[in-house]
Ligand binder design. Structure first.
Ligand SMILES: C[S@@+](CC[C@H](N)C(=O)[O-])C[C@H]1O[C@@H](n2cnc3c(N)ncnc32)[C@H](O)[C@@H]1O
Length: 567
Protein backbone atom coordinates (compact mmCIF):
# COMPACT_ATOMS: atom_id res chain seq x y z
CA UNK A 1 0.00 0.00 0.00
CA UNK A 2 2.91 2.31 -0.58
CA UNK A 3 2.24 5.58 -2.31
CA UNK A 4 4.57 7.05 -4.85
CA UNK A 5 6.14 10.25 -3.77
CA UNK A 6 4.59 13.08 -5.75
CA UNK A 7 6.40 15.38 -8.07
CA UNK A 8 5.52 18.98 -8.79
CA UNK A 9 2.05 19.02 -10.26
CA UNK A 10 -0.68 21.54 -10.88
CA UNK A 11 -1.38 21.55 -7.16
CA UNK A 12 2.11 22.50 -6.27
CA UNK A 13 1.87 25.31 -8.80
CA UNK A 14 -1.35 26.42 -7.15
CA UNK A 15 0.35 26.32 -3.75
CA UNK A 16 3.00 28.67 -4.98
CA UNK A 17 0.23 31.20 -5.59
CA UNK A 18 -0.07 30.71 -9.35
CA UNK A 19 -3.61 30.56 -10.62
CA UNK A 20 -4.58 27.15 -11.85
CA UNK A 21 -7.17 27.26 -14.59
CA UNK A 22 -10.33 26.18 -13.01
CA UNK A 23 -14.02 25.96 -13.46
CA UNK A 24 -16.66 24.25 -11.52
CA UNK A 25 -17.05 20.52 -11.69
CA UNK A 26 -20.58 19.29 -11.70
CA UNK A 27 -21.72 15.98 -10.39
CA UNK A 28 -21.59 13.35 -13.02
CA UNK A 29 -18.75 15.03 -14.85
CA UNK A 30 -15.46 13.25 -14.70
CA UNK A 31 -13.46 14.78 -11.91
CA UNK A 32 -9.96 15.50 -13.08
CA UNK A 33 -7.59 13.26 -11.23
CA UNK A 34 -5.06 15.19 -9.26
CA UNK A 35 -1.31 14.70 -8.84
CA UNK A 36 -0.46 11.08 -8.37
CA UNK A 37 -3.43 9.69 -10.30
CA UNK A 38 -2.67 11.86 -13.34
CA UNK A 39 0.74 10.28 -13.43
CA UNK A 40 -1.07 7.07 -14.14
CA UNK A 41 0.23 5.31 -11.07
CA UNK A 42 -2.79 4.58 -8.97
CA UNK A 43 -6.35 4.89 -10.15
CA UNK A 44 -7.77 5.04 -6.66
CA UNK A 45 -5.52 7.63 -5.22
CA UNK A 46 -6.83 11.14 -5.17
CA UNK A 47 -5.64 14.48 -4.02
CA UNK A 48 -2.46 16.33 -3.60
CA UNK A 49 0.79 15.22 -2.06
CA UNK A 50 3.28 17.81 -1.09
CA UNK A 51 6.85 17.43 -2.05
CA UNK A 52 8.79 15.72 0.65
CA UNK A 53 5.69 14.28 2.24
CA UNK A 54 6.34 10.82 3.57
CA UNK A 55 4.77 8.06 1.56
CA UNK A 56 3.54 6.35 4.66
CA UNK A 57 0.32 4.41 4.83
CA UNK A 58 -2.51 6.50 6.13
CA UNK A 59 -6.23 6.51 6.22
CA UNK A 60 -9.16 4.77 7.59
CA UNK A 61 -8.10 1.18 7.13
CA UNK A 62 -5.25 0.88 9.50
CA UNK A 63 -2.20 -1.26 9.85
CA UNK A 64 -2.95 -4.45 11.64
CA UNK A 65 -6.53 -4.37 10.49
CA UNK A 66 -7.72 -7.16 8.33
CA UNK A 67 -9.11 -6.37 4.94
CA UNK A 68 -11.63 -8.43 3.00
CA UNK A 69 -11.82 -11.32 5.37
CA UNK A 70 -15.23 -12.50 6.20
CA UNK A 71 -16.34 -13.77 9.52
CA UNK A 72 -19.41 -14.73 11.42
CA UNK A 73 -22.10 -12.16 11.87
CA UNK A 74 -21.36 -11.71 15.56
CA UNK A 75 -18.26 -12.53 17.43
CA UNK A 76 -16.34 -11.19 20.37
CA UNK A 77 -12.81 -10.03 19.83
CA UNK A 78 -12.06 -10.86 23.45
CA UNK A 79 -12.18 -8.51 26.36
CA UNK A 80 -15.78 -7.61 25.54
CA UNK A 81 -18.32 -8.02 28.27
CA UNK A 82 -22.04 -7.44 28.59
CA UNK A 83 -21.41 -5.57 31.86
CA UNK A 84 -19.23 -3.09 29.99
CA UNK A 85 -21.97 -2.39 27.47
CA UNK A 86 -24.45 0.35 28.15
CA UNK A 87 -28.14 -0.23 27.48
CA UNK A 88 -27.76 -1.65 23.96
CA UNK A 89 -27.76 -5.15 22.53
CA UNK A 90 -24.00 -5.48 22.09
CA UNK A 91 -21.14 -5.68 24.54
CA UNK A 92 -18.31 -3.22 24.41
CA UNK A 93 -15.55 -4.44 22.06
CA UNK A 94 -17.87 -7.00 20.47
CA UNK A 95 -17.14 -7.31 16.74
CA UNK A 96 -20.23 -7.30 14.53
CA UNK A 97 -20.79 -7.48 10.80
CA UNK A 98 -22.76 -4.59 9.33
CA UNK A 99 -23.76 -3.08 5.99
CA UNK A 100 -23.22 0.62 5.56
CA UNK A 101 -26.39 2.32 4.34
CA UNK A 102 -25.53 6.02 4.55
CA UNK A 103 -23.43 8.82 5.99
CA UNK A 104 -24.29 11.18 8.83
CA UNK A 105 -23.98 14.94 8.29
CA UNK A 106 -20.52 14.77 9.87
CA UNK A 107 -19.34 12.02 7.54
CA UNK A 108 -19.64 8.93 9.78
CA UNK A 109 -20.91 5.73 8.18
CA UNK A 110 -24.42 4.62 9.19
CA UNK A 111 -24.12 0.84 9.48
CA UNK A 112 -26.92 -1.70 10.03
CA UNK A 113 -26.09 -4.98 11.70
CA UNK A 114 -27.90 -8.21 10.88
CA UNK A 115 -30.01 -7.60 14.00
CA UNK A 116 -31.21 -4.33 12.43
CA UNK A 117 -29.27 -2.26 14.95
CA UNK A 118 -27.66 1.02 13.84
CA UNK A 119 -24.01 1.72 14.51
CA UNK A 120 -22.22 4.95 13.59
CA UNK A 121 -18.77 4.09 12.30
CA UNK A 122 -16.18 6.69 11.23
CA UNK A 123 -14.47 6.03 7.87
CA UNK A 124 -17.15 3.55 6.71
CA UNK A 125 -18.75 4.37 3.36
CA UNK A 126 -22.20 3.68 1.88
CA UNK A 127 -22.36 0.32 0.10
CA UNK A 128 -19.59 -1.23 2.20
CA UNK A 129 -19.77 -4.36 4.33
CA UNK A 130 -17.66 -4.04 7.45
CA UNK A 131 -16.85 -5.65 10.72
CA UNK A 132 -17.14 -3.00 13.39
CA UNK A 133 -15.89 -3.07 16.95
CA UNK A 134 -18.62 -1.78 19.24
CA UNK A 135 -17.45 1.12 21.40
CA UNK A 136 -20.73 2.16 22.91
CA UNK A 137 -24.13 0.53 22.59
CA UNK A 138 -27.25 2.47 23.48
CA UNK A 139 -30.84 1.20 23.27
CA UNK A 140 -31.57 2.36 19.73
CA UNK A 141 -28.12 2.89 18.28
CA UNK A 142 -24.44 2.71 19.09
CA UNK A 143 -20.96 3.79 18.08
CA UNK A 144 -18.27 1.60 16.64
CA UNK A 145 -14.94 1.71 14.88
CA UNK A 146 -13.82 0.02 11.72
CA UNK A 147 -12.30 -3.39 12.49
CA UNK A 148 -12.31 -5.07 9.09
CA UNK A 149 -13.32 -3.79 5.71
CA UNK A 150 -14.97 -6.78 4.04
CA UNK A 151 -16.33 -5.18 0.88
CA UNK A 152 -14.98 -1.79 -0.11
CA UNK A 153 -17.03 0.89 -1.86
CA UNK A 154 -16.06 1.60 -5.46
CA UNK A 155 -15.80 5.22 -4.33
CA UNK A 156 -13.22 4.54 -1.61
CA UNK A 157 -9.92 6.28 -2.32
CA UNK A 158 -6.71 6.52 -0.40
CA UNK A 159 -6.76 9.71 1.69
CA UNK A 160 -3.66 11.71 0.80
CA UNK A 161 -3.19 13.47 4.14
CA UNK A 162 -0.78 11.66 6.49
CA UNK A 163 -2.70 12.75 9.61
CA UNK A 164 -6.21 12.34 8.17
CA UNK A 165 -7.10 9.49 10.45
CA UNK A 166 -6.20 11.37 13.62
CA UNK A 167 -7.16 14.92 12.69
CA UNK A 168 -10.72 16.17 12.99
CA UNK A 169 -10.41 18.79 10.23
CA UNK A 170 -11.64 16.69 7.24
CA UNK A 171 -14.14 13.83 7.20
CA UNK A 172 -14.40 12.71 3.57
CA UNK A 173 -10.89 12.41 2.13
CA UNK A 174 -11.43 8.65 1.76
CA UNK A 175 -14.47 9.26 -0.49
CA UNK A 176 -13.90 10.10 -4.18
CA UNK A 177 -14.66 13.75 -4.92
CA UNK A 178 -17.40 12.84 -7.37
CA UNK A 179 -19.09 10.73 -4.68
CA UNK A 180 -18.71 13.58 -2.15
CA UNK A 181 -20.59 15.91 -4.51
CA UNK A 182 -23.35 13.38 -5.04
CA UNK A 183 -23.63 12.69 -1.33
CA UNK A 184 -23.89 16.41 -0.56
CA UNK A 185 -26.79 16.80 -3.00
CA UNK A 186 -28.51 13.77 -1.50
CA UNK A 187 -27.97 15.12 2.00
CA UNK A 188 -29.73 18.36 0.96
CA UNK A 189 -32.60 16.41 -0.63
CA UNK A 190 -33.01 14.27 2.50
CA UNK A 191 -33.20 17.36 4.71
CA UNK A 192 -35.69 19.09 2.39
CA UNK A 193 -37.99 16.08 2.29
CA UNK A 194 -37.66 14.86 5.89
CA UNK A 195 -37.46 18.14 7.77
CA UNK A 196 -38.98 20.60 5.30
CA UNK A 197 -41.65 18.18 4.04
CA UNK A 198 -40.92 19.43 0.54
CA UNK A 199 -41.39 17.46 -2.64
CA UNK A 200 -38.19 17.24 -4.66
CA UNK A 201 -38.34 16.69 -8.42
CA UNK A 202 -37.21 13.21 -9.38
CA UNK A 203 -37.38 11.87 -5.84
CA UNK A 204 -39.88 9.20 -4.83
CA UNK A 205 -42.52 10.38 -2.33
CA UNK A 206 -41.66 9.31 1.19
CA UNK A 207 -43.80 6.53 2.63
CA UNK A 208 -44.28 6.33 6.34
CA UNK A 209 -46.65 4.58 8.69
CA UNK A 210 -47.13 7.37 11.19
CA UNK A 211 -50.27 9.46 11.11
CA UNK A 212 -48.33 12.70 11.21
CA UNK A 213 -46.29 11.67 8.19
CA UNK A 214 -49.44 10.58 6.38
CA UNK A 215 -50.82 14.11 6.75
CA UNK A 216 -47.53 15.52 5.56
CA UNK A 217 -47.69 13.02 2.68
CA UNK A 218 -51.08 14.36 1.64
CA UNK A 219 -49.74 17.88 1.73
CA UNK A 220 -46.78 16.73 -0.35
CA UNK A 221 -49.02 15.31 -3.04
CA UNK A 222 -50.61 18.73 -3.60
CA UNK A 223 -47.25 20.39 -3.53
CA UNK A 224 -45.08 21.83 -6.25
CA UNK A 225 -41.76 20.16 -6.93
CA UNK A 226 -38.46 21.72 -5.92
CA UNK A 227 -35.54 21.34 -8.31
CA UNK A 228 -32.31 20.41 -6.57
CA UNK A 229 -29.41 20.92 -8.96
CA UNK A 230 -26.18 18.93 -8.96
CA UNK A 231 -23.60 20.18 -6.46
CA UNK A 232 -21.20 22.65 -8.03
CA UNK A 233 -17.75 21.35 -7.15
CA UNK A 234 -14.17 22.56 -7.57
CA UNK A 235 -11.84 21.39 -10.30
CA UNK A 236 -9.04 21.31 -7.69
CA UNK A 237 -10.71 20.50 -4.38
CA UNK A 238 -7.57 21.08 -2.26
CA UNK A 239 -5.65 24.03 -0.76
CA UNK A 240 -8.75 26.20 -0.76
CA UNK A 241 -9.04 27.66 2.77
CA UNK A 242 -7.92 31.26 3.18
CA UNK A 243 -8.20 31.13 6.96
CA UNK A 244 -6.88 28.85 9.71
CA UNK A 245 -7.72 29.22 13.38
CA UNK A 246 -5.74 26.63 15.27
CA UNK A 247 -5.37 25.79 18.94
CA UNK A 248 -1.95 25.88 20.59
CA UNK A 249 -1.01 23.48 23.39
CA UNK A 250 1.76 21.29 24.73
CA UNK A 251 2.84 17.80 23.68
CA UNK A 252 3.54 15.20 26.37
CA UNK A 253 7.17 16.32 26.50
CA UNK A 254 6.06 19.92 27.07
CA UNK A 255 6.96 21.07 23.53
CA UNK A 256 4.63 23.75 22.14
CA UNK A 257 2.43 22.35 19.37
CA UNK A 258 -0.43 23.62 17.18
CA UNK A 259 -2.90 21.99 14.82
CA UNK A 260 -6.46 20.74 14.59
CA UNK A 261 -8.19 18.96 17.43
CA UNK A 262 -8.40 15.19 17.08
CA UNK A 263 -11.83 13.96 16.05
CA UNK A 264 -14.34 14.41 18.88
CA UNK A 265 -11.79 15.62 21.43
CA UNK A 266 -9.65 18.58 22.47
CA UNK A 267 -6.37 16.72 21.98
CA UNK A 268 -4.25 18.78 19.58
CA UNK A 269 -2.70 17.00 16.61
CA UNK A 270 0.47 18.90 15.75
CA UNK A 271 0.33 19.84 12.10
CA UNK A 272 2.85 21.18 9.59
CA UNK A 273 0.92 20.80 6.37
CA UNK A 274 -2.83 20.90 5.81
CA UNK A 275 -4.03 19.81 2.39
CA UNK A 276 -7.09 22.05 2.45
CA UNK A 277 -5.25 25.22 3.54
CA UNK A 278 -3.72 27.85 1.31
CA UNK A 279 0.03 27.47 1.55
CA UNK A 280 0.68 30.81 3.36
CA UNK A 281 -1.47 29.68 6.30
CA UNK A 282 0.70 26.59 6.86
CA UNK A 283 3.84 28.69 6.62
CA UNK A 284 2.53 31.27 9.11
CA UNK A 285 1.50 28.60 11.60
CA UNK A 286 4.96 27.00 11.42
CA UNK A 287 6.63 30.40 11.90
CA UNK A 288 4.40 31.31 14.86
CA UNK A 289 5.19 27.99 16.56
CA UNK A 290 8.88 28.49 15.88
CA UNK A 291 8.89 32.01 17.36
CA UNK A 292 6.80 30.95 20.36
CA UNK A 293 9.32 28.19 21.12
CA UNK A 294 12.28 30.55 20.70
CA UNK A 295 10.68 33.17 22.96
CA UNK A 296 9.70 30.47 25.45
CA UNK A 297 6.03 31.43 25.33
CA UNK A 298 3.99 29.11 27.49
CA UNK A 299 1.28 27.22 25.58
CA UNK A 300 -2.24 27.35 27.01
CA UNK A 301 -3.36 24.36 29.06
CA UNK A 302 -7.11 23.79 28.84
CA UNK A 303 -7.29 21.56 31.92
CA UNK A 304 -5.81 24.12 34.31
CA UNK A 305 -6.84 27.18 32.25
CA UNK A 306 -3.25 28.42 32.60
CA UNK A 307 -0.51 29.37 30.16
CA UNK A 308 -0.34 32.10 27.54
CA UNK A 309 -0.85 31.34 23.83
CA UNK A 310 -4.29 29.80 23.12
CA UNK A 311 -4.92 30.11 19.40
CA UNK A 312 -3.35 31.47 16.23
CA UNK A 313 -5.55 32.75 13.46
CA UNK A 314 -4.08 33.45 10.07
CA UNK A 315 -5.90 34.77 7.05
CA UNK A 316 -4.62 35.45 3.55
CA UNK A 317 -6.18 37.62 0.84
CA UNK A 318 -5.90 35.21 -2.04
CA UNK A 319 -5.90 37.84 -4.80
CA UNK A 320 -3.75 40.41 -2.94
CA UNK A 321 -1.48 37.94 -1.09
CA UNK A 322 -1.84 40.04 2.10
CA UNK A 323 -1.47 38.15 5.39
CA UNK A 324 -2.98 38.84 8.81
CA UNK A 325 -1.82 37.07 11.98
CA UNK A 326 -3.94 37.11 15.13
CA UNK A 327 -2.41 35.86 18.39
CA UNK A 328 -5.02 34.96 20.98
CA UNK A 329 -3.75 34.80 24.54
CA UNK A 330 -5.06 33.96 27.96
CA UNK A 331 -3.11 36.93 29.30
CA UNK A 332 -4.07 40.58 28.96
CA UNK A 333 -0.67 41.41 27.46
CA UNK A 334 1.30 39.50 24.86
CA UNK A 335 4.62 38.63 26.55
CA UNK A 336 7.70 39.79 24.58
CA UNK A 337 5.51 41.80 22.25
CA UNK A 338 8.32 43.76 20.59
CA UNK A 339 10.21 40.56 19.72
CA UNK A 340 7.05 38.96 18.34
CA UNK A 341 6.49 41.93 16.03
CA UNK A 342 10.10 42.02 14.91
CA UNK A 343 10.29 38.29 14.20
CA UNK A 344 6.90 37.99 12.48
CA UNK A 345 7.75 40.95 10.20
CA UNK A 346 11.13 39.49 9.40
CA UNK A 347 9.88 36.00 8.56
CA UNK A 348 6.52 36.70 6.81
CA UNK A 349 7.18 38.87 3.73
CA UNK A 350 3.51 39.57 2.87
CA UNK A 351 2.49 40.34 6.44
CA UNK A 352 0.18 43.37 6.62
CA UNK A 353 -1.38 43.10 10.05
CA UNK A 354 -0.53 41.71 13.50
CA UNK A 355 -3.45 41.59 15.92
CA UNK A 356 -3.68 40.55 19.56
CA UNK A 357 -6.90 39.25 21.09
CA UNK A 358 -7.42 38.45 24.77
CA UNK A 359 -9.50 35.44 25.75
CA UNK A 360 -9.16 34.62 29.45
CA UNK A 361 -12.47 32.82 29.84
CA UNK A 362 -12.96 29.08 30.24
CA UNK A 363 -14.77 28.63 26.95
CA UNK A 364 -14.59 26.85 23.61
CA UNK A 365 -14.92 30.20 21.81
CA UNK A 366 -11.69 31.17 20.08
CA UNK A 367 -11.94 34.92 20.45
CA UNK A 368 -12.31 36.99 23.59
CA UNK A 369 -13.73 40.50 23.83
CA UNK A 370 -10.61 42.63 23.53
CA UNK A 371 -8.85 43.05 20.17
CA UNK A 372 -5.89 45.32 19.56
CA UNK A 373 -3.80 45.91 16.43
CA UNK A 374 -0.13 45.49 17.43
CA UNK A 375 1.40 46.38 14.10
CA UNK A 376 0.32 47.32 10.58
CA UNK A 377 -3.19 47.70 9.27
CA UNK A 378 -6.44 46.93 11.04
CA UNK A 379 -7.55 45.05 7.90
CA UNK A 380 -6.24 43.04 4.99
CA UNK A 381 -7.76 43.27 1.52
CA UNK A 382 -9.04 40.65 -0.88
CA UNK A 383 -11.01 40.69 -4.12
CA UNK A 384 -14.02 38.71 -5.30
CA UNK A 385 -15.13 39.06 -8.91
CA UNK A 386 -13.40 42.45 -9.23
CA UNK A 387 -14.89 43.87 -6.00
CA UNK A 388 -12.42 44.78 -3.28
CA UNK A 389 -13.01 43.97 0.38
CA UNK A 390 -11.38 45.09 3.62
CA UNK A 391 -11.48 42.31 6.21
CA UNK A 392 -10.76 42.86 9.90
CA UNK A 393 -9.81 40.20 12.43
CA UNK A 394 -13.26 39.63 13.92
CA UNK A 395 -15.25 39.79 10.67
CA UNK A 396 -16.73 36.79 8.91
CA UNK A 397 -15.37 36.24 5.41
CA UNK A 398 -16.07 33.07 3.41
CA UNK A 399 -13.11 30.66 3.61
CA UNK A 400 -13.17 29.40 0.02
CA UNK A 401 -12.86 32.46 -2.25
CA UNK A 402 -13.11 30.60 -5.59
CA UNK A 403 -16.39 28.94 -4.63
CA UNK A 404 -17.63 32.11 -2.91
CA UNK A 405 -17.72 33.83 -6.29
CA UNK A 406 -19.79 30.93 -7.67
CA UNK A 407 -22.14 31.08 -4.68
CA UNK A 408 -22.62 34.85 -4.81
CA UNK A 409 -23.19 34.84 -8.57
CA UNK A 410 -25.91 32.28 -7.99
CA UNK A 411 -27.47 34.48 -5.27
CA UNK A 412 -27.47 37.46 -7.68
CA UNK A 413 -28.96 35.30 -10.46
CA UNK A 414 -31.77 34.15 -8.12
CA UNK A 415 -32.42 37.77 -7.05
CA UNK A 416 -33.19 38.55 -10.75
CA UNK A 417 -32.50 42.27 -10.36
CA UNK A 418 -33.39 44.84 -13.00
CA UNK A 419 -31.94 47.95 -11.34
CA UNK A 420 -35.10 49.24 -9.69
CA UNK A 421 -35.26 46.95 -6.65
CA UNK A 422 -34.94 47.65 -2.94
CA UNK A 423 -33.03 44.72 -1.45
CA UNK A 424 -32.38 43.63 2.15
CA UNK A 425 -29.26 41.55 2.85
CA UNK A 426 -29.72 40.00 6.30
CA UNK A 427 -26.64 38.58 8.08
CA UNK A 428 -24.49 40.58 5.68
CA UNK A 429 -21.04 40.23 7.31
CA UNK A 430 -18.64 42.68 5.67
CA UNK A 431 -21.17 43.40 2.91
CA UNK A 432 -19.86 40.93 0.35
CA UNK A 433 -23.20 39.70 -1.01
CA UNK A 434 -24.61 43.21 -0.48
CA UNK A 435 -22.09 44.72 -2.89
CA UNK A 436 -22.61 41.99 -5.50
CA UNK A 437 -26.34 42.88 -5.30
CA UNK A 438 -25.73 46.64 -5.20
CA UNK A 439 -24.14 46.47 -8.66
CA UNK A 440 -27.60 45.57 -10.03
CA UNK A 441 -30.18 46.98 -7.57
CA UNK A 442 -31.54 50.42 -6.73
CA UNK A 443 -30.58 50.17 -3.05
CA UNK A 444 -29.29 47.47 -0.69
CA UNK A 445 -29.82 47.53 3.09
CA UNK A 446 -27.43 45.26 5.01
CA UNK A 447 -27.69 44.19 8.64
CA UNK A 448 -25.13 42.28 10.69
CA UNK A 449 -24.60 41.65 14.41
CA UNK A 450 -20.80 42.23 14.57
CA UNK A 451 -20.13 46.01 14.69
CA UNK A 452 -16.58 45.64 13.25
CA UNK A 453 -18.01 43.80 10.24
CA UNK A 454 -20.46 46.66 9.63
CA UNK A 455 -17.57 49.12 9.76
CA UNK A 456 -15.85 46.94 7.13
CA UNK A 457 -19.06 46.84 5.05
CA UNK A 458 -19.31 50.66 4.99
CA UNK A 459 -15.63 50.95 4.10
CA UNK A 460 -16.10 48.32 1.36
CA UNK A 461 -19.05 50.13 -0.21
CA UNK A 462 -16.97 53.33 -0.37
CA UNK A 463 -13.94 51.42 -1.65
CA UNK A 464 -15.97 50.14 -4.58
CA UNK A 465 -17.82 53.42 -5.22
CA UNK A 466 -21.21 51.88 -4.39
CA UNK A 467 -23.23 54.59 -2.67
CA UNK A 468 -26.58 52.83 -3.02
CA UNK A 469 -26.05 50.91 0.24
CA UNK A 470 -27.00 51.36 3.90
CA UNK A 471 -25.54 49.19 6.67
CA UNK A 472 -26.65 48.85 10.26
CA UNK A 473 -25.17 46.83 13.14
CA UNK A 474 -27.54 44.76 15.25
CA UNK A 475 -29.51 41.51 15.32
CA UNK A 476 -31.37 41.00 12.03
CA UNK A 477 -34.45 39.89 13.99
CA UNK A 478 -34.57 43.27 15.76
CA UNK A 479 -33.34 45.69 13.09
CA UNK A 480 -35.44 44.44 10.15
CA UNK A 481 -38.77 44.46 12.09
CA UNK A 482 -37.94 48.06 13.06
CA UNK A 483 -37.21 48.95 9.42
CA UNK A 484 -40.58 47.43 8.51
CA UNK A 485 -42.34 49.51 11.19
CA UNK A 486 -40.62 52.60 9.81
CA UNK A 487 -42.23 51.85 6.45
CA UNK A 488 -39.40 50.14 4.54
CA UNK A 489 -40.37 47.70 1.84
CA UNK A 490 -38.19 45.29 -0.09
CA UNK A 491 -38.61 43.55 -3.44
CA UNK A 492 -35.96 40.97 -2.62
CA UNK A 493 -34.65 39.71 0.73
CA UNK A 494 -31.41 37.74 0.90
CA UNK A 495 -30.57 35.84 4.09
CA UNK A 496 -27.27 34.09 4.87
CA UNK A 497 -27.58 33.11 8.54
CA UNK A 498 -25.13 31.15 10.72
CA UNK A 499 -25.64 27.39 11.21
CA UNK A 500 -28.58 27.83 13.58
CA UNK A 501 -30.62 29.38 10.77
CA UNK A 502 -32.95 32.38 10.80
CA UNK A 503 -34.54 33.68 13.96
CA UNK A 504 -38.34 33.05 13.93
CA UNK A 505 -38.94 36.81 14.38
CA UNK A 506 -37.01 37.48 11.17
CA UNK A 507 -39.00 34.85 9.23
CA UNK A 508 -42.21 36.43 10.51
CA UNK A 509 -41.02 39.84 9.34
CA UNK A 510 -40.09 38.50 5.89
CA UNK A 511 -43.65 37.16 5.59
CA UNK A 512 -44.99 40.57 6.66
CA UNK A 513 -42.80 42.49 4.19
CA UNK A 514 -43.88 40.12 1.37
CA UNK A 515 -40.91 40.52 -1.02
CA UNK A 516 -41.34 39.04 -4.51
CA UNK A 517 -38.28 36.84 -3.99
CA UNK A 518 -36.33 35.45 -1.08
CA UNK A 519 -32.81 34.14 -1.67
CA UNK A 520 -31.66 31.87 1.16
CA UNK A 521 -27.95 31.07 1.43
CA UNK A 522 -27.35 28.35 4.00
CA UNK A 523 -24.49 26.32 5.45
CA UNK A 524 -26.80 23.92 7.27
CA UNK A 525 -29.38 21.88 5.31
CA UNK A 526 -31.32 20.98 8.48
CA UNK A 527 -32.04 24.55 9.61
CA UNK A 528 -32.51 25.58 5.98
CA UNK A 529 -35.25 22.94 5.55
CA UNK A 530 -36.90 24.00 8.82
CA UNK A 531 -36.98 27.66 7.72
CA UNK A 532 -38.19 26.83 4.20
CA UNK A 533 -41.19 25.07 5.73
CA UNK A 534 -42.07 28.28 7.65
CA UNK A 535 -41.74 30.38 4.48
CA UNK A 536 -43.76 27.87 2.43
CA UNK A 537 -46.54 27.87 5.02
CA UNK A 538 -46.47 31.66 4.92
CA UNK A 539 -47.06 31.92 1.16
CA UNK A 540 -43.75 31.24 -0.59
CA UNK A 541 -42.73 28.53 -3.01
CA UNK A 542 -39.27 27.00 -2.98
CA UNK A 543 -38.34 26.92 -6.66
CA UNK A 544 -34.78 25.68 -6.86
CA UNK A 545 -31.78 24.78 -4.75
CA UNK A 546 -28.15 24.82 -5.84
CA UNK A 547 -25.65 23.13 -3.51
CA UNK A 548 -22.18 24.67 -3.87
CA UNK A 549 -19.21 22.77 -2.49
CA UNK A 550 -17.53 25.40 -0.33
CA UNK A 551 -15.81 22.82 1.88
CA UNK A 552 -14.38 19.90 -0.15
CA UNK A 553 -13.16 16.86 1.86
CA UNK A 554 -15.46 17.79 4.75
CA UNK A 555 -19.08 16.95 5.52
CA UNK A 556 -20.20 20.58 5.23
CA UNK A 557 -22.72 21.57 2.57
CA UNK A 558 -23.60 25.08 1.38
CA UNK A 559 -26.78 25.88 -0.59
CA UNK A 560 -28.30 28.77 -2.46
CA UNK A 561 -32.10 28.66 -2.64
CA UNK A 562 -34.68 30.66 -4.59
CA UNK A 563 -38.18 31.21 -3.16
CA UNK A 564 -40.89 33.24 -4.88
CA UNK A 565 -44.11 34.67 -3.49
CA UNK A 566 -47.20 32.64 -4.41
CA UNK A 567 -49.60 34.43 -6.74
C1 LIG B 1 -22.73 32.72 7.33
S1 LIG B 1 -22.19 34.34 7.75
C2 LIG B 1 -22.59 35.20 6.29
C3 LIG B 1 -21.93 36.53 6.11
C4 LIG B 1 -21.96 37.13 4.70
N1 LIG B 1 -23.24 37.03 4.09
C5 LIG B 1 -20.89 36.48 3.83
O1 LIG B 1 -21.21 35.76 2.89
O2 LIG B 1 -19.71 36.72 4.11
C6 LIG B 1 -23.39 34.78 8.91
C7 LIG B 1 -23.22 36.17 9.49
O3 LIG B 1 -24.31 36.42 10.37
C8 LIG B 1 -23.84 37.18 11.47
N2 LIG B 1 -24.87 37.02 12.51
C9 LIG B 1 -25.02 36.03 13.41
N3 LIG B 1 -26.13 36.20 14.11
C10 LIG B 1 -26.74 37.33 13.64
C11 LIG B 1 -27.95 38.01 13.94
N4 LIG B 1 -28.76 37.57 14.90
N5 LIG B 1 -28.25 39.10 13.25
C12 LIG B 1 -27.43 39.58 12.28
N6 LIG B 1 -26.26 38.97 11.95
C13 LIG B 1 -25.93 37.85 12.61
C14 LIG B 1 -22.48 36.62 11.74
O4 LIG B 1 -21.69 37.53 12.47
C15 LIG B 1 -21.96 36.39 10.31
O5 LIG B 1 -21.30 37.53 9.84
Amino acid sequence: MKRKQARHTEQSAAREGQRVKSGPVREGQRVKQSGPAREGQRAKQSGPVREGQRAKQSGPVREGQRVKQSGPARKSSGGGSRAAASEGIYAKNEVVTASVVGLTHDGNGVARTEQGYTLFVPFALPGEVIEAKVLKSKKQYGYGKMHTLQTASEHRVEPPCPIYEKCGGCQLQHYSYEAQLQWKRQHVIDSLTRIGKLKVKGEPARVSGSEQEAVAGERESEQHEVVVHPTIGMSEPWYYRNKAALPIGAAEDGQLIGGFYAKGSHRIIDMDVCLIQKRPNDDVLAIVKEIARELRIEPYDEESASGVLRHVMTRVGVVTGEVMVVLITNTSRLPRQAEWIEQLRKRIPDLKSIVHNVNNKVTNAIFGERTEVLWGSEVIYDELDGLRFAISARSFYQVNPEQTVTLYRKAVEYAALTGSEQVIDAYCGIGTISLFLACQAAHVYGVEIVPEAIEDAKRNAALNGLDNTTFEAGPAEVVIPRWKQEGMNADVIVVDPPRKGCDPALLETILAIKPQRVVYVSCNPATLARDLRVLEDGGYRTVEVTPVDMFPQTGHVECCVLLVKNK
